[in-house]
Design a protein around this ligand. Structure first.
Ligand SMILES: Cc1cc2nc3c(=O)[nH]c(=O)nc-3n(C[C@H](O)[C@H](O)[C@H](O)COP(=O)(O)OP(=O)(O)OC[C@H]3O[C@@H](n4cnc5c(N)ncnc54)[C@H](O)[C@@H]3O)c2cc1C
Length: 385
């Protein structure tokens, strides 16, 4: 069996790449190790940069996003019992949109299948030959080989793509905290996201729809989910979001909960021979800056452009520049995500000097237009080129 581009992974990066290539007349096969229901219901990201919504819309994948996505023009930093609004749109002219990763994946799977696309679920890639090139995968109990012109490793942090890049250099940072995230059937208590810094730890109030709230608590990476009954989660959230005025946190049934460790990670280069890594396969950011999914999307926009140029004119120029182009953007997102994380979380090893420095930085971002603009332009996403 043969295709032009073999795509490993049916997460947002792999599915969007397949969709963008199809629009440019390039064939691909997506190989995804999990089943369709699993990838469509895995709770993860929810905040989209304008560049991400633009590409979904322009490529014909934005119909439901336009109907159901919630456009935001600002966010709140809450500390010392007071909220401080960062007016993202006033400062940058751009917006962000709340639309869950689960919904993007559902939209893209449906579109690929409607367009006659080849998306194989429960097809686990076992081996990669980046020179031949080809991939070996297991599907329905049998081993198959897929020959191709190029391979896209969109298989996430735990995938096999990275291990096929010889001489790979990796850079990483572990954080002394994790996020306990919940999904609750209750209308959000806020119109815009609240990023709260509190002596008890960081908390984030996000949302998925006008009826569903998404909330996070900073916890220890060793925390056991079993020791967090609903009442403890709500009490802790209420304590960390408490203000000096009458703001109240609405509570409702919790429908999903998980603990996610936080890490920063970059692998260089993002290419070996005819294999190209994209998304979480090449880089991970702590979720505080809402950058992971957006970074995966920008990688595949850059890769789709490069492959289009290669098939249209035979030129390798954009393919040769792929790794450096993506890494420049990835490192900017790494820095911003690290900065947002250290700005807002309580470092258990910090002393009073560290706490004072953190408070000073929060005051500065809340009071200086220049500092707020720096946060805002990174948060809404820097231009692709
Ligand atoms: C709690 C949480 C909150 C987040 N919040 C945000 C946010 O607000 N904004 C944001 O931008 N990002 C956020 N992120 C990050 C975002 O979810 C990821 O960056 C995004 O999923 C990356 O997409 P991807 O397609 O590169 O990888 P993935 O979504 O991991 O997809 C990779 C796919 O490859 C498949 N696969 C793996 N190995 C193989 C194999 N051998 N063969 C075949 N298939 C394989 C996997 O099953 C998976 O489906 C968050 C993440 C978490 C965990």
């Amino acid at each position: 069996m043969r295709t032009q581009v073999a795509i490993i992974g049916g997460g947002p990066a792999g599915l969007l790449l397949s969709h963008l290539l199809h629009r440019r007349g390039i064939d691909s096969v997506v190989l995804e190790s999990r089943d369709r229901a699993y990838v469509e219901h895995r709770q993860r990201a929810g905040m989209l940069e304008q560049g991400t919504t633009d590409v979904l819309r322009e490529s014909g994948a934005g119909e439901r996003l336009d109907r159901e996505g919630l456009v935001h023009h600002g966010l709140e930093l809450r500390f010392g019992g007071t909220g401080h609004r960062i007016p993202l749109t006033d400062l940058t002219g751009r917006t962000v949109t709340v639309y869950a990763q689960t919904e993007i994946v559902k939209d893209l799977v449906a579109l690929r299948l409607a367009d006659g696309g080849d998306v194989r679920f429960e097809a686990e890639v076992l081996g990669i030959d980046a020179s031949a090139p080809s991939v070996t995968y297991r599907h329905n109990g049998r081993t198959h080989t897929l020959d191709c012109d190029f391979i896209a490793g969109c298989d996430g942090f735990h995938g096999v793509g990275r291990s096929a890049v010889p001489g790979l250099r990796t850079f990483s940072r572990e954080y002394p905290f994790a996020w306990l995230g919940i999904l609750a059937d209750v209308p959000p208590s806020t119109d815009e996201l609240i990023y709260a810094n509190h002596g008890r730890g960081f908390a984030l109030h996000s949302l998925r729809s006008p009826k569903v709230s998404r909330l996070y608590l900073q916890v220890s990476p060793k925390e056991d989910l079993a020791s967090w009954p609903d009442s403890r989660i709500w009490d802790e959230l209420a304590a960390r979001f408490a203000t000096d005025d009458s703001w109240e946190l609405r509570q409702g049934p919790i429908t999903d909960r998980s603990i996610t460790p936080m890490r920063s990670f970059v692998a260089e280069p993002m290419r070996h021979d005819r294999l190209f890594l994209a998304g979480d396969a090449a880089h991970i950011v702590p979720p505080t800056g809402a950058k992971g999914l957006n970074l995966a999307v920008s990688d595949v926009i850059i890769l789709a452009r490069a492959l289009t140029e290669r098939y249209a004119s035979g030129s390798q120029t954009l393919l040769d520049a792929y790794s450096a182009t993506c890494l420049r953007r990835a490192w900017r997102a790494e820095h911003f995500s690290y900065w947002m994380t250290t700005l807002l979380h309580v470092d258990p090893s910090a002393d009073e000097f560290g706490h004072r420095l953190q408070r000073s930085q929060l005051d500065y971002v809340a009071s200086s237009k220049a500092a707020a603009t720096s946060l805002a332009e990174n948060y809404v996403g820097l231009p692709l080129d």
